[in-house]
Design a protein around this ligand. Structure first.
Ligand SMILES: Cc1ncc(COP(=O)(O)O)c(C=O)c1O
Length: 465
């Protein structure tokens, strides 16, 4: 049983129930199963109002990089907020934004020279899509009225981003009448990431996918303004790890057909896959790069869309030319968020952040190898610090009935055991802060194994809400 909440939380939860609409939530569930009150964050743990401490196994939606409340990030925030909290960025500039581009630029592919700021991953993607479309028009390519994207991709929740994503059940299907034109390409999952890979026939499959990619571009290449992809891991699509060779082929085909390549590293950036950017492992440089989440180490919302000089050049002109990129948000380049992002990047330079990520990778490998032995688990896989597997009903070897909400129930049970996981459909994954001690990952695997055992004994476990 979970530890009860202190009494003063009952009024607060009533206020929540009366007025707050939570993200990605069918609010009816909170009638019986209220949201879990958070009161603190310390390192890789979140502190709950009931006094319990849970490992943030998913980095609070893949944002938290160095642990919660990292003292260098906190002091950067305090210092900057006291000096210049925020100022409009059209016609003005400030030190934190300048320091941020100076720190980040050398860590990116050399061709990316121009940074546009916005607030979150979705807006970084919106900016990239609009830039690509307008750049194509302004270089005289008028027939490029659509985008290319991968099946099972996710790029955010604003309408442009939804249009290039493909999470059929709750998003793309519903909003279809409002969405951008988008052609989608399927890529296979890469069995080489699995902890027990079966590589039979893999090279033929990979070659087949390469041919499909080429055929896709022969058919659609002339109509595409840009192709967008999450490099190496399609995160919200269920931690689908896909082959680097196909990203390399994508780059070749984009070049051949005059299509801009947008890489969305909102989730994969900042060491998550073991390298600073996931695309660093492939040698592929995009024309447009989207960054957010880990940009501020997960402390404040901020995002950037980086563009090549060539794209930037297509917007150059006299004020009356109509070529400017007329886009911006109230909080563009928020000075406090930029200062925190600088502190986060400084940690990459001053502390062994990527070396810790390499240790975390090993811990993830052991954890998912242990999980792979459980009959309720299939397709355990690891890339960098991301580990994932598919949950099945051991009785049938098939996925759980979605109505049984197994993932949600596992999430709730795990919280009572000191672990925050939040499966995506039947995908159970861990993506903790890069600073998480490896021993905590071993503990998390033990917790998950015992919960999976428990779920077999008691099929009503725990209540469905
Ligand atoms: C790859 C990717 N792109 C974009 C987004 C959207 O970011 P945000 O939720 O900050 O708008 C996400 C969010 O999970 C993401 O995983």
């Amino acid at each position: 049983m979970p530890t009860p909440l202190p009494p003063d939380w009952s009024d607060r939860l009533a206020l929540d129930r009366a007025h707050i609409w939570h993200p990605f939530t069918q609010m009816q569930i909170h009638e019986a199963d209220p949201p879990v009150p958070l009161v603190g964050g310390e390192g890789c743990d979140l502190l709950l109002a009931n006094g319990e401490r849970v490992l943030d196994g998913i980095s609070s939606w893949w944002t938290c990089l160095h642990g919660h409340g990292h003292p260098r990030l906190v002091s950067a925030l305090e210092r900057q907020a006291a000096r210049l909290d925020h100022g409009m960025f059209a016609g003005f500039t400030h030190e934190p934004a300048l320091e941020l581009v100076a720190r980040l630029r050398p860590k990116l592919p050399p061709g990316l020279t121009r940074a546009f700021f916005s607030d979150d991953g979705s807006t970084a993607v919106e900016v990239a899509l609009k830039m690509a479309f307008q750049a194509q028009l302004q270089r005289g390519e008028k027939g490029r009225d659509r985008f290319g994207a991968l099946r099972s991709g996710y790029h955010g929740d604003t309408l442009g981003a939804v249009g290039v994503g493909e999470l059929e059940n709750f998003m793309t299907g519903l909003f279809r009448p409002l969405l951008l034109a988008c052609e989608r390409l399927e890529v296979p999952e890469d069995p080489r990431c699995e902890v027990q890979p079966d590589l039979t026939g893999w090279s033929e499959r990979l070659e087949g996918s390469r041919q499909e990619l080429r055929a896709f571009f022969s058919l659609h290449g002339g109509r595409l303004a840009a192709f967008i992809a999450e490099p190496l891991v399609q995160c919200a699509g269920g931690m689908r790890m896909w082959p680097p060779e196909l990203l390399q082929e994508l780059r070749v085909q984009c070049d051949t057909h005059g299509v801009y390549l947008i890489l969305d590293e909102v989730a994969t950036g900042f060491g998550r896959t073991g390298t600073f950017l996931a695309s660093d492992q492939t040698g592929v440089a995009p024309d447009l790069l989207c960054l957010s989440k880990g940009l501020t180490g997960g402390m404040l919302p901020l995002s950037m869309t980086w563009a090549t000089e060539a794209i930037y050049g297509h917007f150059w002109g006299e004020p009356a030319s109509g070529r400017a990129f007329l886009h911006g948000h109230s909080y563009t380049a928020n000075a406090t968020a930029c200062a925190v992002a600088c502190a986060s990047l400084a940690l990459f330079d001053d502390e062994p952040v990527l070396a810790n990520a390499a240790l975390l990778h090993l811990a993830m490998k052991s954890a998912f190898t242990a999980l792979a032995a459980h009959p309720a688990v299939r397709q355990a896989r690891v890339l960098g610090t991301i580990g994932a597997c598919r949950l099945v009903d051991p009785a049938t070897g098939q996925g759980h009935d979605p109505g049984a909400r197994f993932g949600w129930r596992l999430h709730r049970r795990a919280l009572d055991q000191g672990l925050l996981v939040r499966p995506i459909g039947d995908c159970l994954y861990l993506m903790p802060p890069l600073s998480t001690p490896p021993a905590r990952i071993a503990e998390a695997a033990e917790t998950l194994l015992s919960l999976l055992d428990e779920s077999r004994v008691d099929s009503t476990w725990p209540a469905v809400h």
